[in-house]
Design a protein around this ligand. Structure first.
Ligand code: UP5
Length: 190
């Protein structure tokens, strides 16, 4: 059972907006545990677990994996950690994800860190990445962007209406972006 003192920050932004680049820096400076939903799902694919093939197919199509799978992985990782402060990266990606996390894990995020970045820049970064990801090709990138605009932006808007979004201009250099990220986290209670 997770304690009431558990702190969760969601990190959202389009594919290639810099979530995976900035999160390790947050860990280093502020001592959070980094939980990347995409990495937890990738580990399931690689461990050849029963859901591996299903997850692989969703990922190849840029589609959002059923919430129960992702939430279970996040909850397990949180329960197994000694750390009580988590940055959850790349989740929740749609309303169903958001509701499932709130209903199952029963924790509301402290705030949502939102990396705002124009579409052209996102596409450019992903095509430059070149690390052999099954979803880093021009066809899947188009699908991922569509899913992001149709399903994830509404979640960001929902949290914005609750005044929980900390928006960062993610189009600048990695160091400039982290300066803004730092000032957001510096305001958190210890
Ligand atoms: N880069 C980073 N910052 C830069 C900067 N400021 N200036 C210039 N370049 C910068 O960065 C991307 C690239 O840009 C890198 O080469 C980096 O060096 C450079 P990165 O930090 O990796 O961006 P990130 O936002 O993490 O991009 P990523 O592509 O990993 O994000 P996605 O959200 O698409 O990927 P994720 O792994 O979260 O999800 C993949 C798939 O898993 C989804 O499409 C979906 O099918 C599935 N999924 C779910 O179904 N549910 C979930 O909850 C999560 C994932």
């Amino acid at each position: 059972v997770l304690q009431e003192t558990t702190v969760v920050v969601f990190v959202l932004g389009g594919p290639g907006s810099g979530k995976g680049t900035q999160c390790p820096k947050i860990v280093e400076h502020f001592g959070f545990r980094h939980l990347c939903a995409g990495d937890l799902l990738q580990a399931e694919i690689e461990s050849e677990s029963e859901n591996g093939t299903l997850i692989q197919n969703f990922k190849k199509e840029g589609k959002i994996v059923p919430s129960e799978i992702t939430v279970k992985l996040l909850q397990q990782a949180m329960q197994q950690s000694d750390n009580k402060r988590f940055i959850v990266d790349g989740f929740p990606r749609n309303e169903e994800n958001r509701a499932a996390f709130e209903n199952i894990v029963r924790i509301k995020p402290e705030f949502v860190l939102f990396f705002d970045c124009p579409e052209e820049e996102l596409t450019k970064r992903i095509l430059n990445r070149n690390q052999g990801r099954v979803d880093d090709n021009i066809e899947t990138i188009g699908k991922r962007l569509k899913v992001y605009f149709e399903s994830t932006l509404p979640v960001i808007n929902y949290y914005n209406s609750k005044r929980k979004v900390q928006k960062i201009d993610a189009q600048r250099s990695i160091d400039e972006v982290f300066e803004d990220v730092k000032s957001v986290f510096a305001k958190l209670r210890p």
